[in-house]
Ligand binder design. Structure first.
Ligand SMILES: [Ca+2]
Ligand SMILES: [Ca+2]
Length: 252
């Protein structure tokens, strides 16, 4: 009887873990070639950073050149003008036609996958969250009112945040912003994460060149943005299951 219970509890725990991730988008089902239409605007859309950029390339485009899940991802491509001070790009979700201003959790990590071709120079990736106190579900439109904080960057130069350094080329890499435990620096905000609802809006991905004098072009692919369980929660759950099995063995 207890053995069955243990088996059932273990199976339940193992099954529950993967389904807990809440997918924001995998870019499947959207028209190939759609540019600035799915979650993210084109690189030059944000007035905060458009002055740093050449007008071409200017892509946030649904494509099938690379994909982690399915056959599609989002191809992002841009180039900086020469001789810019503290250049960066705000790849914003501001009122995009599809999946605008998506709500994310303030207490759970945001995961995304990035593929960087060899030709793209190294860059840093930062998560911009907007404190809109959204009440909706994860992934729904959380609105555009509130201050913006940079998550995953301890410092910024000018307004260019020094987020996670991305150097791996030619393969999909998972980038996790463990929101409750990341360094935070203010953009329009005060550098402190604040929410009355336990949620934020994913306002932008900030891309900062590792070497500010390297103009690019920068091309990268994004896929499978999701709110995922805390790594610690997974470990504790795993330890709990292992502990149960061990106890069962010892007592048996
Ligand atoms: Ca995909
Ligand atoms: Ca704040």
């Amino acid at each position: 009887m207890r053995r069955w219970y243990l088996f059932f509890a273990t199976a339940l725990a193992l099954c529950a873990v993967p389904t807990f991730a809440q997918l924001l988008t995998d870019f499947e089902g959207y028209t190939l070639g759609a540019n600035g239409q799915v979650m993210f605007r084109t690189p030059t859309f944000s007035g905060s950073t458009s002055g740093f950029l050449e007008t071409s390339p200017n892509l946030s485009q649904v494509n099938n050149e690379q994909a982690l899940s399915g056959t599609q991802s989002l191809k992002v491509s841009f180039q900086f003008k020469a001789n810019q001070t503290n250049p960066w790009v705000s790849l914003t979700t501001f009122n995009t036609a599809n999946l605008p201003n998506p709500i994310i959790s303030a207490t759970l990590p945001l995961s995304l996958w990035v593929y960087v071709p060899t030709s793209t120079p190294d860059f840093r990736l930062t998560l911009g969250v907007r404190e809109t106190n959204p009440a909706g579900n994860i992934g729904e439109n959380g609105g555009t009112s509130g201050a913006i904080e940079f998550v995953g960057a301890p410092t910024k130069s000018g307004n260019a945040p020094a987020g996670k350094l991305i150097t791996t080329k030619n393969q999909w890499v998972q980038v996790i912003f463990d929101i409750p435990n990341e360094p935070v620096v203010g953009f329009t905000g005060n550098g402190v994460l604040e929410t009355t609802t336990g949620k934020f809006v994913l306002e932008c991905l900030a891309i900062t060149p590792a070497n500010s004098s390297v103009v690019g072009p920068y091309t990268l692919y994004l896929d499978d943005l999701a709110v995922v369980p805390e790594p610690a929660t997974l470990s504790i759950l795993g330890l709990g299951v292992a502990g149960l099995l061990l106890r069962r063995r010892r007592s048996g």
